[in-house]
Design a protein. Structure first.
Length: 173
């Protein structure tokens, strides 16, 4: 991951490519339980990207499990425990293919979650406004397919389906 960050820095110095705006970017998960639904958001999202002019060609994204905030510290601590964040601290996505179709992008890549790597594919909406590129999308994660024991409340497990939404912002140079 460090070599992607160094490559991204060097490319942004020598070529006029958009730069990642960490303060405006986020990843949010949504989980459901019979009694309630909750979100957890991380604003600490690390990104390395490769550009061809104003087109994103490749991207790697990393978020620490411990950086997600659901607004309830006991729930966040339980998620850290359930996801074994002390031994597997990061969630990563690395693209293997990015295909443009107008304002939509079909992204394919490897998601590493809870130590399990799976190929996923999802649609990303891209828009350029106010001298910045916004990339927004979502994809499902089935917890048990990543060997995650679903958290429970009052002996009832949360749903297996967790939705991941993201907003990644890049500023034009």
């Amino acid at each position: 991951m460090l070599h992607y960050i160094i490559l991204n820095l060097l490319m942004s110095i020598f070529f006029q490519v958009p730069t990642y705006d960490v303060s405006s970017s986020s990843i949010t998960y949504t989980m459901k339980h019979k009694l309630h639904t909750w979100d957890g958001t991380s604003k600490q999202v690390n990104v390395a990207s490769k550009w061809n002019g104003d087109k994103l060609e490749q991207i790697s994204v990393l978020a620490k499990v411990s950086s997600f905030n659901s607004g309830l510290s006991s729930r966040d601590s339980h998620m850290i425990e359930v996801l074994d964040a002390l031994t597997i601290p990061n969630i990563t996505f690395s693209s293997t293919s990015i295909k443009y179709n107008g304002a939509e992008i079909l992204a394919t890549g490897k998601l590493q979650f809870h130590g399990v790597t799976k190929e996923i594919q999802f649609v990303v909406k891209a828009k350029n406004e106010n001298n910045q590129w916004l990339y927004e999308g979502e994809f499902p994660v089935l917890l048990e397919s990543y060997k995650v024991k679903r958290p429970s409340l009052l002996f009832v497990k949360a749903d297996d389906l967790m939705k991941i939404r993201f907003v990644l912002v890049f500023k034009d140079k």
